[in-house]
Design a binder for this molecule. Structure first.
Ligand SMILES: C[S@@+](CC[C@H](N)C(=O)[O-])C[C@H]1O[C@@H](n2cnc3c(N)ncnc32)[C@H](O)[C@@H]1O
Length: 271
């Protein structure tokens, strides 16, 4: 039987199959070759290099997300660099982007907590009339976002900021944010907890901290017309109570493709 230690620097798919589970090997091949499906004709003839074999070992011996192993992920059909300083973009966030794009045709947009920059970059790529600024508290995340903006040939201003600390709110018409929103006592997937940045996941005040901070500050600026948020799937009622408590009545909760309220749109134009 072939063992891992017998592997050469370059190995055929056929030999790797003797050691690694087919499902995982095929998933790796798909990511390595950046394919949409793991179906490849004549896969048996493929030869893989040392770097692939190292990644394959990592993938089969840990629960590390494949996106972090390869250093990229897909969002809205485009490739974005990710690393352990940035959240892996989620598909529901594509729906947040869609909600925004359907509604807003031009203007100055601030993306708070940009992470990999996937929201800001996609908005700009889908609508050149939008003027984007991307901000995050993490300088490492901002570096990754910059790399992604460069990769997609985009001119997007970046600012390192703790929410609004270094932001001049008078310069924006719209805010979009997928902030950290998981409460500290919520149980989440082991691999998310182990590999994704905690500063991108958790928020105090039962997960509501960033919503309250962003809303209460933004409404002081008459130029800000709307705020678009992704929210946790249990947060609708609590957020609605909060909005009522500060006399905001023009808002809507939007469902995702799974029929769950996952987005909040607040009309702040007449506050
Ligand atoms: C849920 S992630 C969203 C990342 C990306 N926008 C996306 O949708 O994939 C939240 C982001 O907020 C950032 N963040 C955390 N605390 C922050 C703060 N106080 N001010 C600004 N950004 C913050 C994190 O670094 C992280 O990149």
């Amino acid at each position: 039987m072939t063992k891992k230690k017998d592997l050469k620097k370059v190995e055929s798919y056929k030999n790797l199959l003797k050691i690694y589970p087919k499902k995982k090997l095929d998933e790796m091949v798909k990511w390595f070759l950046e394919l949409e499906s793991s179906y490849i004709e004549n896969k048996e003839k493929l030869i893989f290099n040392e770097s692939f074999i190292k990644k394959l070992n990592d993938y089969t011996t840990s629960d590390k997300p494949i996106e972090y192993i390869f250093g990229y992920s897909f969002f809205y059909g485009r490739k974005f660099y990710v690393n352990n300083n940035t959240l892996i973009p989620r598909s529901e966030t594509e729906e947040l982007v869609n909600t925004f794009l359907k509604d807003i045709k031009e203007g100055r947009v601030l993306d708070i907590g940009t992470g990999s920059g996937c929201i800001a970059a996609t908005l700009k790529l889908e609508n050149q009339l939008l003027n984007l600024t991307a901000t995050d508290i993490s300088s490492e995340a901002i570096e990754t976002a910059k790399k992604n903006f460069k990769k997609h040939n985009l001119e997007i201003k970046t600012i390192i900021s703790d929410i609004f600390e270094n932001i001049d709110c008078s310069k924006y018409d719209y805010i979009i944010s997928n902030p950290p929103y998981i409460s500290f006592d919520e149980s989440i997937d082991d691999s998310v907890l182990k590999y994704e940045p905690h500063s991108a996941l958790f928020a105090k005040d039962n997960g509501l901290f960033f919503y309250k901070e962003i809303i209460s500050n933004a409404i002081r600026f008459s130029n800000i017309k709307k705020i678009y948020f992704e929210i946790g799937y249990t947060q609708k009622n609590e957020l609605e109570n909060y909005l009522k408590s500060i006399n905001i009545d023009k808002y809507s909760f939007v469902k995702d493709n799974s029929n769950i309220y996952r987005f909040l749109v607040i009309d702040t134009s007449n506050i």
